[in-house]
Design a binder for this molecule. Structure first.
Ligand code: SF4
Length: 299
């Protein structure tokens, strides 16, 4: 039986940078406050909490007044920076540079819409931290499109500026864009004049898609390791499931069921862009110990 960890799996550079920043602070200090969950992976969060990281909610800032707060890769609203500055709290900013760039684009586009009456539309999840942060950069004016059905919320007579949450699939974004073009044509409006689109989905997520398609070839079982709150984890898992019937979504090695491994010859272990490598290794070791306890003991 072959058990392989996906060589391309592991945290994306934005998540890695945030974790490294948290670790650097924890090397020097026994406590670190992070505004909201640092990443969408409970196992990695618990490891950092055991080292002294505490999660703080925006409403607790004024009562707890920590010396320093770490901002996560998803980015924040401008008001968050203002609140922290007013409270004299130092900021360790681990906003991913790709998200930062998108925030700037949204803020600049917002100024344009103030002049021409246009509308900002973002393909994404309204409850995702990145989207909540982006709304802060355009005075909450963006219309969030969860699916093509939401396109009707837009006024076809006004210019539409279409963006994407960074973790959304590029192909899904382009299919929303296509539906929007059809909608405009149906309303007698020329998309070339009334639709401006910015494909702001993250290339790293798009590349993971292609890498995953290569990795799952000839696997008869996929163990997909991810936090349940990871949007990208669910998307990548759906892709695995469409390619390998026996694909299981697990949060940690304890969730593996022994019967999944029966009569399997080629098992693949992979995960989301927030899944740490050490967790994939734990899953690997658990598979070995469930299928060959003697070998696991020898290690
Ligand atoms: S998925 Fe892309 S945009 Fe999001 S944190 Fe990772 S590198 Fe940054």
């Amino acid at each position: 039986m072959i058990v392989t960890i996906d060589p391309e799996a592991g945290p994306c550079f934005g998540v890695r940078k945030a974790i490294e920043q948290a670790e650097e602070i924890l090397d020097k200090s026994s406590v670190l406050y992070c505004l909201g969950d640092l990443i969408h992976n409970d196992e990695e969060l618990n490891r950092l909490k055991n080292r002294g990281m505490k999660i703080i909610a925006p409403a607790e800032l004024s009562s707890q007044k920590p010396q320093m707060v770490l901002l996560r890769a998803h980015g924040e609203r401008p008001e968050t920076y203002a609140t922290l500055n007013n409270l004299n709290i130092n900021i360790a900013d681990s906003t991913c540079p790709i998200v930062k760039k998108l925030q700037t684009q949204i803020a600049e586009t917002y100024l344009i819409t103030r002049v021409n009456g246009g509308q900002i539309a973002i393909f994404g999840d309204p409850n995702h931290a990145e989207i909540m942060g982006l709304q802060g950069h355009c005075q909450n004016s963006a219309i969030i499109l969860q699916s093509a059905d939401d396109i009707r919320k837009l006024n076809p007579r006004k210019t539409i500026y279409l963006f994407s949450q960074t973790t959304k699939y590029r192909s899904h974004y382009h299919s929303i864009r296509k539906s929007m073009e059809e909608y405009l044509v149906g309303q007698g409006v020329n998309p070339q004049t009334n639709l401006v689109f910015f494909d702001s989905s993250c290339k790293i997520v798009a590349d993971r898609d292609k890498q995953l398609q290569k990795f799952v070839v000839q696997k008869d079982l996929i163990l997909f390791v991810s936090g349940v709150k990871s949007s990208n984890g669910h998307q990548l898992f759906n892709l695995c499931q469409s390619l390998v019937t026996e694909s299981y979504f697990i949060s940690n090695e304890k969730e593996i069921e022994k019967e999944w491994l029966v009569n399997k010859n080629n098992i693949g272990i992979t995960g989301a862009t927030s899944t740490p490598l050490w967790l994939l290794e734990k899953v690997h070791n658990q598979v070995i110990s469930l299928t060959n306890p003697q070998e696991a003991e020898d290690h």
